[in-house]
Write a protein that binds this ligand. Sequence first.
Ligand code: CO
Length: 175
Amino acid sequence: MIKKISHIAMVVPDLKQATSFWVEALGLTLGHIEPVPEQAVDIAFLPVGESEIELLEPVDEVSGVARYLSKNGPGMHHICFEVEDMEAVLERLKAADVPLIDEKPTIGSGGKKIAFVHPKGTGGVLVELYELPPAESQETRLASVRQRLSQKGHVYSAGLQALWSGFRQGNSEAE
Ligand code: CO
C-alpha cells in the first residue's frame, strides 16, 4: 500500500535563494517547478534517487503555508508517501481513528490523487499521500506543468520566474 517516500517538503521564503544550498552547494538538480495557485505556493522539485526534495515558497501572506512560515520559520513542512489504492489507505487510517485533513482525495496536476493526514494524529508531522494515475509518466507530468505555466492570468513570484527561465535554458542547452 505504501510504495515509497515520494518527497520531503521544505518551506522556504525564496525559491531562488534556497537553490544556493540545494542545487549549487549540495549538487541536486532542479527537476521541475510548478505554481499551485489553489494553495498560493510555487513549488520546485529536486529528484534524489527514487524520491524528491520539494521546496515550497508561499506567494501570499495568508495561505496555510505562508502562516506556517511566519509561525515556524523555514524548514521541514511535510513528508509525502506514494501509495497504491488511496481509498484503502484512507479507510485504514479512519479505522485507526487518525484525523484526516482530506477525508476524500483531491485531484492534483496530472490527475494524481492527494490527501493530507492531520499532524494531530501522526505525532506532529504533516503527512501527504500521493497516488499517481497509471498512465502518468514524466512526460505527461511535464506537459501538464507546461500547460499550467502557460495559462494566462497566473501571477508568478519573481523567484519562480527566474528559476523557470533558468530551467528552460538548461534544458535547451542539454538538447
Ligand atoms: Co508535497
